[in-house]
Design a protein around this ligand. Structure first.
Ligand code: FES
Length: 127
């Protein structure tokens, strides 16, 4: 059901945990399954310098979060904002169609963290 890359990210996820010095925290939840996600970001010079996640999600959600956090490290906030759950699923080599919604959790939480950061620190920012 899952490919090798997904299983690897699920079994050995990257960037799990909490950033105690996070500049912003984004949360998301799935109406479909009730699972939740928290993404912590540390921003330096407009780039995501560090990122971690915590989730009560399934294996696909964990693999997606692990992949997403690896994909956005070092990216500008604009670049990170444009990464979609489909980009993450593609980078993982695909997810089963029934599990595609799980990859929304990480992307949504990241976008919420970035939007919250910008609302607080960029006076000209509008959603
Ligand atoms: Fe809930 Fe996958 S079933 S995140």
């Amino acid at each position: 059901m899952y490919n090798e890359k997904v299983v690897d990210h699920f079994s050995n996820p990257c960037n799990v945990g909490e950033l105690t010095d996070a500049d912003s925290i984004g949360e998301s939840g799935s109406f479909k399954c009730g699972d939740t996600m928290k993404i912590f970001i540390k921003v330096e010079d407009g780039r995501i310098e560090n990122i971690k996640f915590q989730t009560y999600g399934c294996g696909a959600a964990i693999a997606s979060s692990s992949m997403l956090t690896e994909m956005v490290k070092g990216k500008t906030l604009d670049e990170a904002m444009h990464i979609t759950n489909q980009n993450v699923a593609d980078e993982l080599g695909g997810l089963p169609p029934l599990k595609l919604h799980c990859s929304n959790l990480a992307a949504d939480a990241l976008h919420n963290a970035i939007a919250d950061y910008r609302r607080r620190l960029e006076p000209d920012y509008t959603d």
